[in-house]
Write a protein that binds this ligand. Structure first.
Ligand SMILES: O=C(O)C(=O)C[C@H](O)[C@H](O)COP(=O)(O)O
Length: 213
């Protein structure tokens, strides 16, 4: 799967909902009820970060949930990409982009949403064949004003800003011509997952799903 076809698939995925929940999961037993509540709330695209030991098992469980399109986040290495693919991930998200990761995602046919935070990083990603990028870390890098400034010289690139995005500032990003959707962890807070508050998470998802400007 070439980077160009990976980006085409990523654009389809990013068009499915205004917000991609970024999930840091501690217990794989939470995966199914969590995915069900997010999908029921109107957010079918889910990113499970590979930052916890439970992540791969959680991806496998969520991939069985009807309507869920589950991807892996924090994909850094070749092994991450292959493990995510084997677990059932349908896309991968990375904070950056390396030649090694490009090769790994091509090899295992895993559509990649690579990260970029500067014009040069975005141009390098385009040279590698990717025109749909994660803008990371969105807040610290400069927020909506910075991303808006990139739209002029780089009109073909579309972004999913992530990092410091919230229900409050998400509309500012979603209003930009170069933003397809945003990613954020605010829809699946650790304390609500620990409490098994799936109804509360569904309510957060519903609110996020209505954020289109
Ligand atoms: O580890 C990765 O590759 C990531 O995906 C980084 C996450 O997107 C951000 O850490 C989420 O940021 P917050 O919504 O501010 O919590």
């Amino acid at each position: 799967m070439t980077p160009e076809s990976q980006s085409a698939r990523i654009r389809e995925i990013c068009a499915m909902a205004p917000v991609i929940p970024v999930i840091v999961i501690e217990d794989a037993a939470w995966a199914e009820p969590l995915a069900r509540s997010l999908v029921a709330g109107g957010l079918p695209v889910l990113e499970v970060t590979l930052r916890t030991p439970a992540a791969l098992e959680a991806i496998a469980a969520m991939a069985q949930v009807e309507g869920a399109v589950v991807g892996a986040g924090t994909v850094i290495t070749t092994q991450d990409a292959h493990r995510a693919r084997t677990a059932g991930a349908r896309f991968a998200v990375s904070p950056g982009l390396t030649d090694t990761l490009v090769g790994a995602c091509e090899e295992c046919a895993l559509p990649l949403l690579p990260g970029a935070a500067t014009a040069s990083e975005a141009m390098q990603a385009v040279e590698a064949g990717f025109d749909t990028l994660k803008f990371f870390p969105a807040g610290p890098a400069g927020g909506p004003a910075y991303l808006k400034a990139l739209a002029g010289p780089l009109p073909g690139i579309r972004f999913c800003p992530t990092g410091g995005v919230s229900a409050t500032n998400a509309p500012d990003y979603l209003a930009l011509s170069n933003v397809l959707c945003v990613g954020g962890s605010w829809i699946s807070p650790a304390d609500m997952m620990r409490a098994g508050d799936w109804a509360g998470i569904q309510a957060l998802a519903r609110q996020a799903a209505g954020l289109r400007p």
